[in-house]
Design a protein around this ligand. Structure first.
Ligand code: 5U1
Length: 681
């Protein structure tokens, strides 16, 4: 039986609709329908194609993972070679680049297309008559590997172009990356399955893309960002790089939202600095920025030298990875008794910061890396996280390199160190008898995101403990001025300041207080969720496992840890003394769902004059709002302070309402009033 006309039409309509939602989701970052609805469309299409196989086409959205594993990769010759970029490592080198460009062109100033340089894998994707025909790696620039089935699994790569007017042959080029969050999640899953983890997102992206079985690639969180083009036949593209990129975007190709046209070398350097500031907040890793002469006729006049264009340069950020030597491996005892091996390193500059220690996490990690004392290692520092050792340079291993052994006794208190079956972490059994655990617990309690006692840092905690003045966190509130001035390096003024900070800390929130207690498994987010759910300490203390597990993110292990904490008489006594000392928080006025900003999502960008970002976030959360880091169509408001970042541009582009500082304050005031509900954005 031939395919009924209405089935044919429905299949085409479904494909158009799914392609449209892919475009909204991956290119514009503006999803319009919930995932469940998307899944329903996809399922309907799959069912129709299963019933009528003659309707299946290679560009159907169902055909991302069709292929079976292959024997090896075929070769692809790049008709237009995939060149590399020259690098600039300083402002001076960028000035030199700009001067050379201007001199060759005989002009005073040049507009550059600037964008992040993603740390991934360069690929070429060829569309013929708007349909994806071939995907290839860069290889040596002239010959790459045919990875078409793998490229097809990447959802941000359209299987066919949108709209019309594209050249019949259009090769786009760009970077395939694994976003940081996806990388962490992949490594977590790999660890759980006992499989190999990846050293960094770039390696993970490369490993995923070079899988012979595209079904494995399909399960990896890869994304594609286009930065240019290669072979173009039978069509005319606009005259500026930035305009071509805008056109590609209209055709459904994802380009980088951070790309800007900047004016002259000053514009380049300002762009570099702004992006460097935000480097750690970006969802993917970047290793610099790229500047390209925007006018294509000027690019053509400048031409190439060796294998790199004269019209572009990569301005690199300081490296996130460096090589150095392991001088020793020691263990550190944390506030929960966790004994963490730490590598003491020959100090090295990594991304502009001197690194002399790197965490080794646990014994299994040391075994996995096979790191020994004396080894040369690659250290990596990304964002605020503690530097890590990525790998060992085995070829440089000295003959006398020593294997690390976990000590049997705690180096601080001499108690036994045990590692329970099934646990990766070894622990000191000394409890609060262990000076390290005691001090860490006090430091944590006083830390900025907990009780926020300014001035109560490492050294002072050590002195207070040594003198026996503070043995547990409740002792902080019995400190007297005469105790303090007797300490080393403590003048009258510092003592007054510290006492004032201690006094100020008494007025807090339940979430901060719970976090400050240092209950195992209860981080900031869980403390917040517990505070929202229970509203009072008494209700939380009395909660059973079942009720605890109803709180978002609280599973059996966390619930048990909370119960164990409150069962312990010593903990209950410390809490009682803290409350007697005057620690208090606002009584719950309403259940979380009834708070005035419940259900509203906010994003903060730029600096507010009267409050820090953490304070603004806390004020919103107290009123029931959610604060997220990226703007989407689902964001209700973007709060815009001085010097806002690209989140502001995105809010404008998506039509998300923005609030300046005054409007934000008014909103907070309104939302403090009893019974207040926020109007719809
Ligand atoms: N963002 C970006 N990365 N990247 C890499 N643009 C860009 N352009 C490149 C390369 C190799 O090359 C062209 C300028 C030829």
């Amino acid at each position: 039986m031939s395919v009924p006309e209405e089935v044919r039409r429905r299949v085409e309509a479904l494909r158009r609709e799914i392609d449209h939602h892919n475009y909204l989701y991956y290119v514009l970052d503006q999803p319009e329908i919930p995932d469940a609805e998307y899944d329903r469309l996809m399922r309907e299409l799959q069912e129709l194609e299963a019933r009528w196989p003659e309707l299946v086409t290679s560009d159907s959205p169902t055909q991302r993972v069709g292929a079976q594993p292959r024997e090896g990769f075929g070769e692809v010759r790049h008709e237009v070679p995939m060149l590399s970029l020259n690098n600039a490592f300083s402002d001076e080198e960028v000035h030199d680049f700009d001067r050379r460009v201007r001199e060759r062109l005989g002009v005073d100033r040049v507009d550059y297309a600037a964008e992040p340089k993603l740390d991934g894998l360069a690929v070429s994707i060829l569309y013929r008559n708007g349909v994806l025909e071939r995907g290839a790696t860069r290889g040596d620039g002239y010959t790459g590997e045919d990875i078409t089935p793998n490229i097809r699994t990447i959802r941000s790569v359209p299987l066919r172009l949108r709209g019309g007017g594209w050249p019949p042959v259009l090769e786009v080029r760009g970077e395939v990356v694994m976003p940081k969050a996806g990388f962490e999640e992949l490594n977590r899953r790999q660890r759980e399955k006992g499989e190999k983890t990846f050293a960094n997102p770039r390696n993970a992206a490369a490993g995923s893309l070079r899988q012979l079985d595209p079904r494995i690639t399909a399960g990896r969180p890869l994304e594609f960002y286009c930065y240019g083009w290669g072979l173009v036949e039978g069509g005319v593209l606009p005259g500026r790089h930035s305009e071509v990129m805008a056109r590609l975007r209209e055709w459904g190709i994802r380009t980088n939202a951070e790309a800007r046209v900047v004016h002259g070398v000053e514009g380049c350097l300002a762009y570099y600095r702004a992006l460097q500031e935000r480097r750690d907040d970006l969802p993917y890793e970047i290793d610099g920025v790229v500047y390209k002469v925007d006018r294509i006729d000027w690019q053509e006049r400048l031409g190439y030298v060796a294998r790199a264009p004269r019209w572009a340069v990569a301005h690199k950020f300081p490296a996130h990875e460096e090589m150095t030597r392991v001088l020793d491996i020691e263990v550190q005892v944390g506030r929960t008794g966790a004994v963490t091996p730490v590598a003491r390193l020959e100090p090295v500059q990594v991304g502009g910061v001197t690194v002399s220690n790197a965490t080794l996490h646990n014994e299994d990690e040391i075994k996995r890396l096979d790191v020994r004392i004396g080894d040369w290692v690659i250290v990596r520092r990304a964002g605020d996280v503690i530097p890590e050792i990525v790998s060992v340079v085995k070829s440089r291993r000295p003959k006398d390199a020593r294997v690390f052994r976990m000590p049997e006794k705690c180096p601080v208190c001499g108690s036994r160190i045990v590692r329970l079956e099934g646990e990766a972490i070894a622990r000191c059994t000394g409890g609060l008898f262990c000076r390290a655990q005691r001090r860490e617990a006090i430091r944590h309690f006083a830390s900025r995101r907990a009780m926020d006692i300014e001035g109560l840092g490492d050294k002072l905690v050590a002195q207070l403990d040594e003198k026996g003045l503070v043995r547990d966190v409740a002792d902080i509130y019995s400190l007297r001025k005469e105790d303090l001035v007797a300490l080393e390096r403590m003048g009258e003024k510092s003592a007054d300041n510290l006492l004032a900070a201690i006094e100020k800390s008494k007025s807090t929130t339940l979430a901060r207080f719970l976090y400050a207690l240092g209950i195992r498994q209860v981080g900031e987010a869980t403390a917040q969720a517990l505070a929202e759910h229970f509203g009072s300490l008494e209700r939380l203390e009395q909660a059973g496992l079942e009720e605890l597990e109803q709180v978002p993110d609280v599973g059996p292990v966390v619930a048990e840890s909370i119960r164990a904490f409150f069962r312990e008489p010593h903990n209950r006594q410390v809490i009682r003394r803290l409350l007697e000392a005057g620690i208090h928080w606002p009584a719950p006025r309403r259940q979380a769902g009834e708070l005035p900003l419940a259900g509203k999502t906010f994003v903060l960008t730029g600096a507010l004059s009267g409050m820090t970002r953490d304070e603004a976030k806390a004020a919103l959360e107290e009123r029931g709002a959610r604060v997220t880091s990226s703007v989407s169509k689902k964001t209700d408001y973007v709060v815009v302070g001085a010097d806002p970042g690209s989140k502001y541009d995105k809010a404008l582009a998506l039509g998300v309402p923005t609030l300046d500082e005054d409007a934000f304050r008014r909103l907070l005031e309104q939302a403090s009033e009893p019974g207040a509900r926020m109007p719809e954005a």
